[in-house]
Design a protein around this ligand. Structure first.
Ligand code: ASP
Length: 615
């Protein structure tokens, strides 16, 4: 083994070699990705960041060649030679050549890795996270990092071109109310005081508008201490954007162009713009959700009026209780078995709806339905006509309270789309959902809370209702949805102190409390704050969708687990007593020193690793 630097100086990347290089003497550096011994001749796949190439070593003249192990780091000098025609590997970019090695230098050796460093492995994700530096050596992971980089570059390229400047905002700051719990950082200099990590740069980007920046963006890190759902990260990145002297139309127009540019650059496919704009109330009515997946061409229909006075007891009870009956036409659904229908009915009641009923449209024009005997003759025909049913379709009817039944129907719509093979399609269907309610009742807090955040402007025409019917006020806000997933959202902001104070009032914040928490911000509004609007889009999720990855963890270099732990570094972890003392903190009960706080996430060294010999 040689010293740190190595003697051989690299001339090429492994992935750069092709038949044009035949005859050249090259020096390559990289990792032993595979090795095979064919009758005394060693075939080694050498991997570096640029790709993989096959090296041929005849060990007699090459000390150390026989001892090579997977993931050893080597430098080789050799001549690029064409592979015999039968040995050409068309699936490898360098598959037409190999390197006839004349010198070998082992730069460092590797322990046997805990899993194979190659694409398509199926080891436990926790093991990949524990050894993330090995996982990231795999070509598909490297490509994901590069894809993310291309996405970020395309975003910056587009926005710089349009006159936006990227401004960093503080990480140690005060609480920003995005509705999640804050991560707090204790201050040593002011014991008992805490910084909060930003849930978003919301207030700072608005202050940048007061500062006259006019066009701001940032690929911003945000931190939210939420109960983590499967595909959420406690820290994440968002494209944060704000513009002055602009409203919703300008923000949506800019984002459509931006997204089209980014998709074109990263995937070569440009989506159609503008994206459809669907008011919130309409989204719930047609799709049962404010995140409609427009790839599914089915829509919910309210058929309550068709069943007024019905003799079918479950529907009669629903209507008497002020509920609704919604219907979905499932093309080809007449094939659904009794068992499948029972399962769907269970799912509907599990989601809070009261009842599922069905009518199957038969080839000869007849209708088969357990409802038939309870209804007036012709009612099912009317229903079928109202839903434009075709022979072979199922008409699925769900009754219950509006708040439970619409989401249940939304689920049913996606489920039928999935069974029809629609939700997996690679098509991109974007939509804007607009006119959200400004406020919503929180059972937990027993007060109205902001649907987006408290700096969102009411629609101007609803402003007068703020004091009388605050729950009916619509926000001048918009969410961007892609294939049923919310990519982000934004709003026109309140830029006058009076309106901001009225919204705080509707949220149950006293003047004194508003002053204490946001006084610095309210004060800024007094110094000529311009009208402004903005948005934030989740970068992790966007990259995940464009790269076709299964989870956001696949497109983040060092992600955390669903329990918010970093399996690689062991964070979060206990700290020294001295550190706590400096901060004026006492932990109760005192943590057992040295133990990671995420013992449940602890990963055993797996037996899934490769043996000493690859093949
Ligand atoms: N600050 C908001 C968020 O992070 C986005 C915005 O209103 O611009 O969700």
């Amino acid at each position: 083994m040689t010293g740190a630097g190595g003697v051989l100086k690299r001339t090429h990347g492994c992935g750069e070699l092709d038949p044009a290089a035949v005859g050249a003497e090259v020096v390559l550096c990289g990792w032993v990705a595979r090795h095979r011994d064919h009758g005394g001749v060693l075939f080694v796949d050498l991997r570096d960041a640029s790709g993989v190439v096959q090296a041929v070593l005849r060990p007699e003249g090459l000390p150390g060649a026989h001892d090579l192990r997977l993931e050893d780091v080597v430098a080789v000098r050799g001549v690029v030679t064409p592979r015999p025609p039968a040995m050409v590997n068309p699936s490898l970019p360098t598959g037409a050549v190999e390197i006839d090695v004349t010198s070998l230098e082992v730069l460092n050796s590797s322990r046997t890795p805990p899993f194979y460093i190659r694409d398509g492995i199926t080891v436990e994700e926790s093991l990949r996270l524990r050894y993330r530096y090995l996982d990231l050596r795999r070509p598909e992971m490297r490509e994901r990092l590069a894809f993310r980089d291309r996405t970020a570059r395309a975003i910056r390229e587009f926005l710089h071109e349009r006159g936006y400047i990227e401004v960093e905002t503080p990480i140690l700051t005060r609480s920003t109310p995005e509705g999640a719990r804050d991560y707090l950082v204790p201050s040593r200099i002011a014991p008992g005081s805490f910084y909060a990590l930003p849930q978003s740069p919301q207030l700072f980007k608005q202050l940048l508008m007061v500062a006259g920046v006019e066009r701001y963006f940032q690929l911003a890190r945000c931190f939210r201490d939420e109960d983590l759902r499967a595909d959420r990260q406690p820290e994440f990145t968002q494209l944060d954007l704000e513009m002055s002297f602009a409203g919703a139309a300008e923000v949506m127009g800019l984002v459509e162009e931006l997204v089209a540019h980014v998709l074109q650059r990263t995937t070569g496919r440009r989506p159609q713009v503008p994206f459809p704009r669907i008011p919130y109330v309409e989204a719930i009515r047609r799709f049962g959700t404010d995140r409609p997946d427009l790839r599914v061409p089915l829509e919910i229909r309210d058929v309550t009026t068709l069943f007024r006075g019905t003799a079918f007891a479950p529907f009669a009870r629903t209507l008497a209780a002020g509920g609704i009956i919604g219907a979905l036409r499932a093309p080809g659904g007449a094939e659904l078995s009794r068992r499948e229908l029972d399962d769907l009915a269970c799912e509907m009641t599990g989601r809070g709806a009261a009842v599922l009923a069905w009518a199957m449209l038969e080839a000869g024009g007849g209708v088969r339905s357990p409802l038939a005997k309870h209804l007036e003759p012709g009612s099912l025909k009317n229903l079928s006509e109202a839903l434009a049913g075709e022979p072979g379709d199922a008409l699925l009817l769900v009754g219950g309270s509006h708040p439970a039944t619409m989401p249940a129907l939304g689920w049913l719509r996606l489920e039928m789309g999935r069974r029809l093979g629609l939700t997996g399609s690679e098509e991109w269907r974007f939509a804007w959902v607009t006119e959200f309610p400004l406020l919503t009742w929180s059972e937990e807090e027993r007060r109205l809370v902001a649907v987006h955040h408290p700096f969102t402007s009411p629609l101007p025409e609803d402003l007068d209702r703020l004091d009388g019917d605050p729950a009916d006020v619509r926000a001048d806000a918009y969410d961007l949805v892609l294939n049923g997933i919310e990519l982000g959202g934004g709003s026109v902001r309140i830029h006058r102190r009076g309106v901001q104070q009225r919204v705080f009032g509707a949220l149950g914040l006293t003047l004194a409390e508003a002053e204490r928490r946001f006084g610095f911000f309210l004060e800024a509004l007094d110094y000529g704050a311009p009208p402004h609007a903005g948005i934030a889009l989740g970068l992790d999720r966007l990259v995940m969708m464009l790269a076709g990855a299964a989870s956001v963890r696949e497109v983040i270099a060092f992600p955390k687990t669903a329990r918010a732990a970093c399996l690689l570094s062991g964070a979060p972890a206990a700290v020294d007593g001295k550190q706590l003392e400096d901060l004026g903190l006492r932990v109760s009960p005192p943590p057992a020193t040295g133990l990671p706080l995420h013992a449940c996430d602890h990963v055993e060294q797996a037996e899934a690793g490769p043996g000493e010999d690859d093949e």
